[in-house]
Design a protein. Structure first.
Lengths: 334, 334
DNA sequence: GTCGAAATTGGTAGCGCTGCCAAAAAAAAT
DNA sequence: ATTTTTTTTGGCAGCGCTACCAATTTCGAC
């Protein structure tokens, strides 16, 4: 299976200096466009760089100077569109500011998160971005000791290490409940995915139940599907829930994927949406806007979260928690 | 806006060595679990590491030794689920093999791709992964000169620089056309997104048209939506196409996102699917399996592509092109 | 033309780690 | 107890770059 591959290109800054007939420092200054150098020196350096096909070595550069301009993302998942969205927002800003994104996936496991944070810190990133506030003691300790910026995204209900950008999941849950109650729904159920792992979904659910309980129309039943959220498990979850409580009049789903599953279940079974059963989701996915009846949901600023998180990092902003809020989309399913 | 933040943790290997009362080399060997050292030395080192909260510096390590164990992904987009899927597959394998993923997003722009590849190579990655075979001359030149492994994913129709893992988009287009023809559809249209940028979608379309033309039932019309693929533009595209050709009996979409938009359009307008109009997609998204009528589409091994690509890299396999194939999902919409 | 200020330049000491090598210690063989 | 073999150990030279500083050149003003 093994195979001998040629070594890395060996053109170094010293060779460029030699070829250009200038000193190493001059090459370094020209390439970083920093400090002073003559027009002539610049031309000779650039010519040599071009001719030799020199590619600077940022490993060496970082070691010699200060910042790595590396931003480490330690995210729970890539299947849940939320995280690619945050990455997308952040990556645009980072690229514009000559930073690099590195990432690892924890699969919602705090122990893995700890290991991955350690691995990331070995690259001496400028900042580490994590989802939410729930981390192991070890993770927190490492982050605090690392001296690099820490951004906890997609939540604001908790104690931030340094920076935090997101919105209140608990408030989103409450707003969803209030909306359903206002619309007159009373026999309400919940279909969700694994809450222990996805603590933000857990917070939404907590806020939701709390509001229902306070209103005098407590949650009737819930169906928790093990594993990650998916359209299929949303469908299945609703089917199971309805088997137990056929007379539910509204169901809150842990997110839009699950809700779409529920929506399709209703379509398939001829369950009239809103007349017989209301459906409410979370996230505000694009697809939910194009279904024959637009999905009632809460739209979250995921891309903006990534963007702002990245901006705070590149501008070296002071520690703060930014609540970007969310928007309730009335839609037509509740 | 600026803010003074404490410097990086300054614990170095030398300090650990000092604290443990051993030489630097011994610390290095213990931490990498390589070479020989006594049980006692190991204990003292680990104790000191723990006590000082030492985090190895891979920047320095990489500079001193050989591989960075960094794998660079230069992908067109994070909105198109295809790429997060590939990343997901690869990231699992890479983490298992102590490699790190770095990425940048080109937004389907070859010029940006070139700039980003240059930026990536500055990190001296073990491998660079790109989408498809269409790159600028400059990109190819740099990649070849870099000496690092190159993996071109999600396509096999073209000349690979080194490794390639994917499937034939052209063949997928042909298979889709054959399927529709076999089902008896004759008045066929196409709704797609920007083909110049997404060359793989372009290849599918080319294969599709080719087969139709050869069959004597050439493509009747097409609607190209500018911008990225989305459910909304699929819906809109179909609406426009039907305004011109009301009597189409089947529509091929550039992917499942677009196709779902078309599907929803039919649902909304009461267009009977298959009886009046057939819909065919591409990708095999999960959501297409749960709609009341499962989407007819081609399922592609995206996660497996990422996995295999990563495996070939970590095992340093010889240059090769691996065609992972695809699966036609009959579904119920065509 | 001379002089001081400003612009430009190159040498060199690290950055923190690993690889190499020779020295020291421990174990095995005599 | 001595020699040989094996295991363990530490010193130190880089890896390729940037930061710092001192040296040199250029420039404008007098």
């Amino acid at each position: 299976m093994d195979f001998d591959f040629k070594q890395q290109s060996a053109v170094t800054l010293a060779e460029v200096a030699e070829a250009a007939g200038v000193g190493e420092s001059t090459v370094s200054r020209v390439l970083r466009n920093e400090g002073s150098f003559s027009r002539k020196a610049r031309e000779r350096v650039l010519e040599a760089v071009e001719r030799l096909g020199y590619v600077p070595n940022r490993i060496a550069g970082t070691l010699a100077s200060a910042g790595s301009r590396l931003v480490a993302f330690v995210i729970p998942s890539l299947s849940n569109i939320v995280f690619p969205d945050v990455l997308r927002g952040a990556s645009g800003v980072l690229e514009k500011n000559k930073h690099q994104a590195v990432f690892s996936v924890t699969d919602y496991d705090p122990q893995r998160e700890e290991a991955l944070v350690a691995a990331m810190l070995a690259w001496r990133p400028t900042a580490v971005m994590l989802a939410g506030f729930e981390h192991t003691e070890g993770t927190l300790k490492m982050l605090r000791a690392s001296g690099c910026r820490v951004v906890e995204v997609l939540d604001v209900d908790g104690a931030a290490v340094d920076l935090a950008v997101g919105f209140s999941n608990r408030a989103a849950g409450r707003a969803s409940a209030e909306f359903l109650l206002k619309r007159g729904y009373r026999r309400i159920g919940y279909v969700g995915h694994d809450l222990d792992r996805d603590t933000r979904a857990g917070k939404r659910f907590a806020g939701f139940r709390e509001t229902l309980a306070a209103s005098g129309y407590p949650l009737l039943d819930r169906e928790i599907c093990s594993g990650a959220s998916s359209v299929e498990s949303g469908r299945l979850g609703l089917e199971r829930l309805l088997a137990r409580y056929a007379d539910l009049d509204a169901v809150y789903f842990s997110n839009d994927d699950m809700a779409l599953g529920g929506y399709f279940h209703c379509l398939s079974r001829g369950i009239s949406i809103t007349a017989q059963l209301a459906i409410f989701g979370y996230n505000g996915l694009d697809i939910g806007r194009v279904t024959p009846q637009p999905l009632s949901t809460i739209r979250t600023p995921r891309v903006a979260t990534g963007q702002l998180a990245a901006e705070l990092v590149v501008t070296n902003a002071p520690p703060q928690v930014v609540d970007l809020g969310f928007e309730l989309v009335e839609g037509a399913t509740a």
